[in-house]
Design a binder for this molecule. Structure first.
Ligand code: TYM
Length: 324
């Protein structure tokens, strides 16, 4: 089993990122795991250069603060490994315009802005390159990345069929609960970095008072019945999944332990504060030592390049690019 996953340094890490993806990264860590801060992906939407720079360091520090050991797993920044952009080009020539324009994430993001960047359309191909370069068999991601995983499999299979067996065809892995954490104010919309909803989004480094306020104000429903039911009670179901994810129970079992929403929310807030405070403290320490972070980035990039280079070269050769 070989694991690869990536996250964009495009905003502060929120509870959806943490429960949907990052906690799975921690569980899956080992010498066969590759975790990547995908800074090239963050260029597909407007982002100020100094913000991107800062957030790349922040996200790298977050990966370490949540418990990923860079001496065990390979943790690196995408743009430090030139083969991502290079394989991206080869794979763009194996992908059709039609399949990219059908991507839901592209449709949603392109509708929100005029004159969107070409990179927003071709973004999934770069993600395919990220995954295939490392021969990943498993890709731990939240539910919103399913379509991108499908295209990864399609492109890998098409390449292998056209140019001979070159790539491993990976599968996506979602957590059992909280694979799609919803906005606390609009529980029919996913918690997101790009659509900001101040009360609806819990950030990993929110202060305890903010976490409590956001949980207590989270939208539920008026029937007052503690029951896990996404269709009729999405607000409560979302909170139950968040609780269940931290307490490692089923959402149904959590629901059965409470009779009143208020009591449940109070305990959920306490659970979140107790679980996230150590991460916040550790982050402050890790982020303060920038020299160390930079040297960890260098060794991560070296380890990543050693794996990615031969895979890229095999793909280039398979397509007929002349090697010297
Ligand atoms: P990104 O940066 O938007 O999100 C990072 C991870 O967080 C998950 N996630 C969520 N999970 C549950 N509930 C939510 N509300 C929620 N919001 C985000 C995402 O599913 C993701 O796992 N395209 C990817 C980045 C990427 C990548 C890759 C991932 C680039 N290359 C290679 C895996 C492998 C993205 O934009 O994730």
């Amino acid at each position: 089993m070989r694991i690869l996953s990536g996250m964009q340094p495009s905003g502060d890490v929120h509870l959806g990122n943490y429960l949907g993806a990052l906690r799975q990264w921690v569980h899956g860590q080992g010498p066969e795991s590759f975790y990547c801060v995908v800074d090239l992906h963050a260029l597909t939407l407007e982002i100020a250069p100094d913000v991107l720079h800062e957030q790349t360091l922040n996200l790298f520090a977050t990966l370490i603060a949540i418990g990923i050991d860079p001496d065990v797993s390979t943790v690196f920044v995408q743009s430090h490994v030139p083969y991502h952009a290079q394989l991206n080009w080869l794979l763009e020539c194996v992908t059709s315009y039609g399949e990219l324009s059908r991507m839901v994430a592209f449709k949603e993001k392109s509708e929100r802005q005029e004159g969107y960047r070409v990179g927003l359309l071709t973004y999934p191909v770069l993600m395919v390159a990220d995954i295939l370069l490392y021969g990943a068999t498993h890709v731990p991601v939240g539910d919103d990345q399913r379509q991108h995983l499908e295209i990864t499999r399609d492109v890998a299979e098409r390449f292998n069929h056209r140019y001979g067996e070159t790539f491993i065809v990976p599968v996506g892995v979602q957590p059992r609960v909280a694979a799609r954490v919803m906005d606390l104010q609009v529980p029919t919309r996913k918690m997101s970095k790009s659509v900001s909803s101040p009360l609806g989004t819990i950030y990993l480094y929110d202060e305890p008072a903010d976490i409590e306020r956001k949980i207590m104000k989270a939208v539920t429903d008026t029937d007052g019945e503690m029951r896990f039911d996404w269709e009729h009670k999405p607000g409560l179901a979302n909170l139950l999944e968040i609780y269940a994810s931290f307490s490692e129970e089923s959402p149904q079992d959590v629901a059965a332990r409470f009779t009143r929403y208020g009591d449940f929310k109070k305990e959920l807030a306490e659970l979140l504060v107790a679980s996230l405070s150590p991460v916040r403290e550790r982050y402050r320490e890790v982020r303060a030592d920038e020299a160390r972070l930079r040297s960890q980035m260098v060794s991560g990039a070296r380890k990543a390049i050693a794996v990615a280079e031969p895979v890229y070269e095999r793909a280039a050769r398979a397509m007929g690019l002349l090697q010297i």
